[in-house]
Design a protein around this ligand. Structure first.
Ligand code: HEM
Length: 304
């Protein structure tokens, strides 16, 4: 039995190309769950073996990185004293047993920040080209590479996303320009993927991955990947911190939630085909829709 998803973004059964931002209670900024040790171990391994793929920063971003680390340390010690303990020069993660010597990260404080939590952390700095990605600890990307986005403005970062330029670019830029430090926000993004791996760079995609998927096995072979994203303005630097917390569930979790299966099927039916293509849904569309319809039908039968 899998635990029920903490977030489901398609509750209204409508396809929207919108920011869908909500106010974030600052106390809820970071989320820690039973996968903390397992996910921090994955981060640790990636940072040891492929550091330049999962951490990058531009010169000049250090003070702002330090501001993120200070903010995060205060937050973790305040909200999760059961998980973190501060020593003079170090921070201890009680759950994982990791102890980090803070001065070791003097030139890359965001690297240390990313090792403490399950979230990926991305720092956006205002430039004449708009907000640009200035530094990131990014262990759990879905089909994108940090080095291709570093230093780029939001519009370029989103250039592969169909409809972003026309529908989202202005609202997102306005939101970034107006965001107040005391009004953080959050939103959800979702994908359906064929692997539960959190680290999912583009080269992980298997050729013909969709060929084995049918309506009978979709619940086991496909996964619902949900990103809980938060945005907050830093008080000292005025930069913006974007956090991404990734949750992955086998698609069969929807078998316990037929309304959500119905909503997801409706969203997929409404979605323009370029978006379906971008989200890799086209090759599995029919199998997926049949699978979701079967969930709805069997729940209707059970209730009749
Ligand atoms: C209000 C803020 C934002 C909105 C509304 C937004 C919206 C979106 C949307 C709709 C997608 C397509 C996702 C999908 O359907 O699967 C996307 C992808 C993406 N977003 Fe954002 N985004 C925001 C902020 C950011 C920020 C701050 C970054 C920082 C790096 C970012 C990085 C990305 C990346 C890397 C992708 C994948 C692009 C690719 O396929 O190459 N987003 N975003």
């Amino acid at each position: 039995m899998s635990s029920p998803p903490r977030y489901l973004p398609f509750t209204d059964g409508q396809w929207h190309m919108s920011m869908s931002l909500k106010a974030l209670d600052p106390k809820e900024w970071i989320e820690i769950d039973a996968h903390l040790s397992e996910q921090l171990a994955i981060k640790d391994q990636l940072l040891k073996t492929r550091h330049s793929e999962v951490f990058a920063s531009l010169p000049g971003s250090e003070p702002s990185q330090q501001e993120v680390l200070d903010l995060l340390l205060n937050h973790l010690l305040e909200e999760f004293p059961q998980h973190y303990r501060r020593h003079t020069q170090s921070i201890e993660n009680i759950t994982t047993g990791q102890v980090w010597h803070i001065p070791d990260f003097e030139s890359t404080p965001l690297d240390l920040a990313g090792r403490l939590v399950q979230e990926d952390l991305l720092l956006m700095q205002s430039t004449p080209k708009g907000y640009c990605l200035a530094a990131a600890s990014l262990c759990f990307p879905l089909r994108w590479r940090l080095r291709e986005k570093l230093g780029r403005p939001l519009t370029q970062i989103h250039s592969p996303v169909p409809g972003y330029q026309e529908k989202l670019s202005h609202p997102v830029d306005n939101f970034f320009n107006r965001l107040k430090s005391n009004h953080p926000a959050w939103r959800l993004n979702w994908s359906i993927v064929d692997s539960p791996e959190l680290f999912f760079p583009p080269e992980m995609a298997q050729k013909d991955w969709y060929a084995v998927i049918n309506s009978q096995n979709a619940g086991e072979k496909l996964f619902l990947r949900i990103e809980r994203q938060t945005l907050r303005r830093l008080i000292i630097s005025s930069d913006i911190l974007f956090t991404v917390r990734t949750y992955v569930y086998p698609l069969r979790v929807l078998e316990d939630n037929p309304i959500m299966a119905l909503n997801l099927a409706e969203v997929i039916r409404q979605m323009p085909s370029d978006v379906q293509d971008y989200k890799n849904l086209l090759p599995i569309r029919e199998a997926l829709l049949r699978y979701l319809e079967d969930i709805v039908k069997s729940s209707a039968l059970n209730n009749s």
